[in-house]
Design a protein around this ligand. Sequence first.
Ligand code: HMG
Ligand code: MG
Length: 297
Amino acid sequence: MTDQVIINEVGLRDGLQNQPVHVSTDAKAAIADALIAAGVRYLEPVSFVSPKAVPRMADAAALSARLPRRADLHYTALVPNLKGYQLARAAGYDTIALVISTTESFNQRNLNMSLDTALESCLSILAQAKADGVTTRAYVSGAFACPYDGPVPARTSIELSEKLFAGGADEVAISDTIGGGNTRQMKDIMQPLIASFGAERFFVHLHDTRGLAAAMAWVACELGVRKFDASVGGLGGCPFAPGATGNVATEDLVYLFESAGLNTGIDIVGLREAVRLAAAATERPLGGRILKWIESQ
Ligand code: HMG
Ligand code: MG
């Protein structure tokens, strides 16, 4: 099992999609630069979604053009439909993330689609991506709990993941949209999936609403998962998931893994500038537990 952990920074996308204040493209680009300076190499900076549904992502193409392009920098764009896929391709992305939720209600609110239609849409994006040689990551959103219907059985998330892999997804991101999951659920979902598909095909995407994100990440890590999403300073929340607070803070995941001898390549102290910029841009206090502790020393 590798000691290398990939932390995919989703703050610019998940973290900013729901902010009450407008964050300029310049400010987003500066946050990206600060993250990269701290050692972040995987970023999901944008989504190509309806600007009516999510106005904060309306500058996706403009921000994409501002990001440094280097062989060691890996960017993903989230897309909700084929139109988004085409826009992401035009903006130069060769890895795209698609999203489907586990329940009827959440798909309706998030994508204005039934579960069946959302699955058909995902399968058509996956087929197009396969034909184009594009790498795909499918978010299974609400994998632990639905913001509208409550707890979700492990079998539901497992079966949805199986359908996405059968449709050609390269990776699946098991996602706790509202931070409503627990360590037992993580094991119940991930163990059978890893046995069938291998740990290397999974990301784990956690929101830290109730403080269990680090514990759940550790359970996934012990099962072999080495790829995690996180947001600088703990920014975040899905606009269509009431009660969803930010993603687990990037700096807290870095500390979790580095303190256990795993390597993330990210410098916690180096993240301070990105946290400072994100807090200034969103006009709210930010920062994971480890940064607060460092500041107190
Ligand atoms: P709709 O209104 O049913 O779509 O929305 P439509 O096809 O009828 O189009 C309506 C308008 O949007 C049209 O423009 C389209 O051209 C335009 P008009 O003719 O009215 O001027 N449009 C688009 N524009 C730009 N990019 C596009 C696009 N598609 C249509 N891709 C739709 C359906 C799926 C588009 C909408 O519901 C949508 O964009 N949803 C995205 C919602 C979203 O971004 N949610 C947050 C991301 S998911 C998340 O955060 C969870 C995650 O973090 C994991 C977790 O935590 O669980 C990933
Ligand atoms: Mg999310």
